[in-house]
Each structure stands twice: as structure tokens, then as C-alpha cells.
Design a protein around this ligand. Structure first.
Ligand code: ATP
Ligand code: MG
Length: 576
């Protein structure tokens, strides 16, 4: 037994344990290199944040490097706009890549490799349709059937492969298949398709190529060409791993006899309740107008969360809380919210806003008088100081903070009751004024001039404290409140079930699951002037209400705020 030389594994996730062991054993010359390999076919979502935190985080932790590699092998779906957004989102999350690579950097090498395989009798051109090929695949327990083209001469395949790439072959008429084993229990070994024709210009290579490598033929080799040591991905790639290893064996053959090789490891995908991930689904939601673009604050995209006011630190904390395992799970969205709330509690500037206003008139406050009250910016960080908020005799308060006939334990404004106006005076509630429909439009009160916060003699305790804004000194605003986008707990599985049952498309299933009340717009709100004067503020707590941020549509004439998250977990309370 070796004592003192075995890697310490306590408190590490299973990938960290593997990495420590590999480094200790000197695999790949003691190097650690990872990659984050998004397909630029959409915007990144919270699931990608989990992959990013792993790929970049582990490289950071062990002094390795993580590169960004765009997996751009499918030109019909890919776009420069997506690449830009992916770079922006990774940086926003707080990570930096070493090099920026593209699978398309290797089209030449992959082509040469494919040609070599054809020459060696390890690949052939199949002229059957994809339906025919699928029918011959067999099942995991029944072997597949060999293609009639399987044993055609290499010269013929070579010539056809060239033709495919010159654009002389229609899409779907021919494919290149690796010749492996049609009876292998792993279906991925049953002569997988490795090249197909795509007649669509590529965002980077234009019209140079017409034959494009498939994911399985590009990924492992790209890892190998770049010197990736740990190729981390999600569990659905487990059955692909033997093929990944085989192609790496083939491409290494004769060139590199050392132990230098990438190895694939898989962890569980993030799946959150009431959230639908996968770019394919998100694209439908955007294209069909179920949401207002990729950065709609209800979207689970990183740009959506950013616009909604989530902090990158909050998202990273969430990812580290849920951890990495090898089992699929459904995580509670409340966990993400609580991680964000915890981070924003530390970060957010405390301000006042009234979302559903009624007027409070202080009958004994001198007409025309105002006072500047001191409001603490962030009690978690006294060094951040205070700001002024103007007080006067006519205030906005929340409609909820007044009740004409209140139950016993109601400690806010009700006739005869006293409350403290935060950072200001104690007031005693009097009568209210109603409109012709019986709605309260004005509440009257009197104040105690000796009760000013911070003054000697202000220690008198009352049970309730409410927030307020001076009518004359506050600024109108629009506030957007968001709720979950889906009515069902597991939209991914529910969508599959609906589609199966009704034989319908994704959109129809989505329309059935969507929550019609996921957005509530409040147009008649007020915020304190300080907020309007500081449009650069990213994270705010509207006291007693929740965390908010400026929406990108806000401008000095029209303030718009998004609710990031409420102060408490309201979903649970609502009986959901
Ligand atoms: P999508 O479902 O959005 O199409 P994908 O797996 O096709 O996702 P890619 O952009 O092709 O996404 O992959 C980038 C990386 O992000 C991959 O390593 C992939 O495994 C990982 N990834 C994608 N979705 C999740 C998720 N929900 N949880 C964790 N990792 C994910
Ligand atoms: Mg994908």
C-alpha cells in the first residue's frame, strides 16, 4: 500500500476525483485540458451553465485550460448571432477560455481521415435512403442487416465521396458509413453514418464543403487534435463513448503511441421543474412567439436570466449546490431562486417602490414642508452608506398596507392603529376617503413629530413598519412580475407524453402546457427618485417586495423594472 501518495478525494465530486487520480498517475503527461463545445444553434440556457461551471471550473481548479469550441458541423441551423451570444454569456458567467476553436477548423483533417478509412476498407458509401438504413439497424437484441453497398470497392466509395463533396449528390441520396459491426449490441457500432451531404452555406467555410462530418465523427477527433484530456459531457452520450474511443484509436494509430488521448466522462443534465430546456424547444418558443425573444425574462436562457436580474454569482452558487452525479434528477426551481435571493441579499441596493399605490395624507404635517430622511443602502454592507429619500405630508403607500376592517393580527394601517413609516415617523391611522364605487382612494393619518427615526425619544415601539414614497418626489414606473412559464412540473416529459398521445408537433404540446398568467404588467407604480437617478444600478431590493432590476426597455422617460425574485418563496405558499 502506498501511504501518503494517494490522491485526497474527500468532498470532491466524481469528476474531480477522476481528474485528481489522472493527474496523480501522470496521464497525458500530467496535463488537464477541457473544452466547452456548444453547437451554435441557439442561445445558452441554465443547463449549459452547469456544463460551463464544470468545464471551466475544473480547469481553473487544477491549473489546466478550458477552450471554447464551437461544434459547427450542421450549417443549416447555425448562425454567427448565436456564436456572439455564446461568447457573451460565458464571459458574463465569469469564465474565460484559452483558445477559441471550431469543429470546422478540422474539416480538412477529418476529410483526410475519412479518405484514409475508405482506403483501408473501414468506411463505405451507402446509397440507401435514411429510412432504409434505419430499418436495417435492428434492435439492441436483434442484429442489424448489412447494407448491399457494404463491400463495394474502396475506389468506388472514394469517387462517390468526392462527388458528395462537389455538390453533385442530392442531400440524403448518399452517406459515408464506418464499417464496424452490424451485430454489435451497442447500436452506435452498427455502421454509423459519419458524413452526409448538406447543401447549405456554412457560416465559416462558406460553400467549400458539401459533405459534412456527423457529431460522432467530429467530436472525439476534434478533442484529440486539440489535446483535450477530459471530454466532459452529459449522460446521453454514455452509449456513444465506445465509438468515441474507437475513432480516437483509429485516428491515433501509428502517430502517437503515448498515453495522450482524450477520455469522455459524463454527468447528469440539469433538469428543473416547471422549466423546459434544450435549444430546440427554446427555438420553437421564440419563433412561434410564445415568448418575446431569447432574452424574455421568463426564458431559462442565460440572457433571459440576466435581463431578469439574476446575478452570475447566484447562478454559479446554485450549480455548486446541486452538484454533479451520474443520475438524472429533477431539481427544484425554488433552489435556484433561493441561491439567487441569497446572493442578491448581499448585493442589492435597498430602495423604496410602491407597486399598487393609495394615498396617505398626514393631516398634521405642515403644508409644503419636506424633509430628507436617511435610507441605508445595504444593511449587509454598512460601508455602502446611505442615501436621501424625501418625506412630505402626501405619500404613496401600498394598497395592501391599509385595511378598513382589519383582523386582529393586522399590524399595518387600520383606523386607530399606529405604524412606523420606514426611516421616518410613527403615524396614527384615521379615516379613509372612498370613490363612488366604494374603493379607498385616500387614507388620513396624523404623525408624532417626536418619533422621527434615529432621534432621541424615537424608541417607542410599534408593531408594524411600512414603506412609503412622497407623491411629489417619486417617479412613475412600470413593473413586470413573472411567474413560471409552464403549468406542469416536468414540461420535458409532459411534452413528450402529449406529443405521443396526440401525435402533434412541439408547438401544440407547448400551447397546452403554457401558463397564460406568466407575465403581469403593473403600469401604475412609483419608485423613489434615487432609483431614477441611478440607472446604472444592477441589483435592487424594493423593500418588503422583492429583488428588481431595470429592464432593457427602460429609459429616463419611462422606467421599467423586472421582478427578479420575490423576497420569500411565494410558490410554496400559493399551494403549488
Ligand atoms: P440543447 O438541449 O440545448 O440542444 P445540447 O446538449 O445539444 O443542448 P450543446 O450546445 O450541443 O447543447 O452542448 C454544449 C454542452 O452543454 C454539452 O456538453 C452538453 O452536454 C451541455 N448541456 C446541454 N444541456 C445541458 C443541461 N441541461 N445540463 C447540463 N449540461 C448541458
Ligand atoms: Mg445540440
Amino acid at each position: 500500500m502506498i501511504i501518503g501518495n494517494s490522491p485526497k478525494t474527500t468532498g470532491l465530486n466524481f469528476i474531480e476525483q477522476i481528474v485528481e487520480k489522472d493527474l496523480a498517475e501522470g496521464k497525458n503527461g500530467g496535463r488537464l485540458q477541457t473544452r466547452f463545445p456548444p453547437e451554435p444553434n441557439g442561445y445558452l440556457h441554465i443547463g449549459h451553465a452547469k456544463a460551463i461551471c464544470m468545464d471551466f471550473g475544473i480547469a481553473q481548479k487544477y491549473g489546466g485550460v478550458c477552450n471554447l469550441r464551437f461544434d459547427d458541423t450542421n450549417p443549416t441551423k447555425e448562425d454567427m448571432e448565436y456564436m456572439d451570444s455564446i461568447r457573451e454569456d460565458i464571459k458574463w458567467l465569469g469564465f474565460e477560455w484559452g483558445n477559441e476553436y471550431y469543429a470546422s477548423d478540422y474539416f480538412e483533417q477529418l476529410w483526410d481521415f475519412a479518405v484514409k478509412l475508405i482506403k483501408e476498407g473501414k468506411a463505405y458509401i451507402d446509397e440507401q435512403s435514411s429510412e432504409e438504413i434505419a430499418l436495417q439497424k435492428g434492435t439492441p437484441t436483434r442484429p442489424g442487416t448489412e447494407s448491399p453497398y457494404r463491400n463495394r470497392p474502396a475506389e468506388e466509395s472514394l469517387e462517390l465521396f468526392e462527388k458528395m463533396n462537389r455538390g453533385e449528390v442530392e442531400e440524403g441520396k448518399m452517406v459515408l458509413r464506418a464499417k464496424i459491426d452490424m451485430a454489435n449490441p451497442n447500436m452506435h457500432f452498427r455502421d454509423p453514418i459519419i458524413y452526409r451531404v448538406v447543401n447549405h452555406p456554412h457560416p465559416r467555410t462558406g460553400t467549400k464543403w458539401k459533405a459534412y462530418p456527423m457529431y460522432d465523427f467530429a467530436h472525439g477527433q476534434s478533442d484529440y487534435f486539440e489535446g483535450v484530456t477530459h471530454s466532459l459531457c452529459t449522460l446521453e452520450f454514455v452509449p456513444h463513448r465506445p465509438l468515441y474511443d474507437l475513432f480516437v484509436d483509429w485516428v491515433k494509430e501509428g502517430k502517437d503511441l503515448d498515453d495522450n488521448r482524450p477520455r469522455q466522462y459524463e454527468f447528469n443534465k440539469l433538469n428543473l421543474n416547471y422549466v423546459l430546456l434544450s435549444k430546440r424547444n427554446l427555438l420553437v418558443m421564440v419563433k412561434e412567439g410564445l415568448v418575446d425573444g431569447w432574452d424574455d425574462p421568463r426564458m431559462p436562457t442565460l440572457c433571459g436570466f440576466r435581463r431578469r436580474g439574476y446575478s452570475p454569482e447566484g447562478i454559479r452558487n446554485f450549480v455548486s449546490k446541486i452538484g454533479y452525479t451520474t443520475f438524472d434528477a429533477l431539481n427544484d426551481f425554488a433552489l435556484l431562486e433561493s441561491a439567487v435571493r441569497e446572493d442578491l441579499n448581499d448585493r442589492a441596493t435597498r430602495v423604496s417602490a410602491v407597486l399598487n399605490p393609495i394615498k396617505l395624507i398626514i393631516d398634521n404635517y405642515p403644508k409644503g414642508q419636506t424633509e430628507e430622511m436617511l435610507a441605508v443602502n445595504n444593511p449587509e454592507h454598512p460601508e455602502e452608506g446611505e442615501h436621501n429619500i424625501t418625506f412630505s405630508g402626501e405619500l404613496w403607500i401600498e394598497r395592501d398596507d391599509f385595511m378598513e376592517d382589519a383582523p386582529k393580527k393586522y399590524f399595518r394601517l387600520t383606523p386607530g392603529n399606529e405604524v412606523r413609516l420606514k426611516n421616518a415617523y410613527i403615524v396614527k391611522c384615521g379615516d379613509c376617503v372612498k370613490d363612488e364605487n366604494g374603493n379607498v382612494v385616500e387614507v388620513h393619518c396624523t404623525y408624532d413629530p417626536d418619533s422621527k427615526s434615529g432621534m432621541p425619544g424615537a424608541n417607542r415601539k410599534v408593531k408594524g413598519t411600512i414603506h412609503w414614497l412622497s407623491c411629489e418626489h417619486s417617479v412613475p414606473a412600470e413593473v413586470r412580475l413573472y411567474d413560471r412559464l409552464w403549468k406542469v412540473e416536468n414540461p420535458r416529459d409532459e411534452m413528450a407524453a402529449i406529443r405521443e398521445e396526440k401525435q402533434c408537433d412541439a408547438l401544440t404540446a407547448m400551447q397546452e402546457m403554457i401558463n397564460p398568467d406568466s407575465l403581469q404588467v403593473l403600469k401604475n407604480c412609483y419608485v423613489e427618485k434615487f432609483v431614477a437617478e441611478h440607472p446604472e444600478m444592477k441589483y435592487m431590493q424594493f423593500q418588503r417586495i422583492g429583488y428588481f432590476t431595470f429592464d432593457k426597455e427602460a429609459n429616463p422617460e419611462h422606467l421599467v423594472f423586472n421582478r427578479t425574485v420575490s423576497l420569500k418563496d411565494s410558490w410554496k405558499k400559493a399551494g403549488n
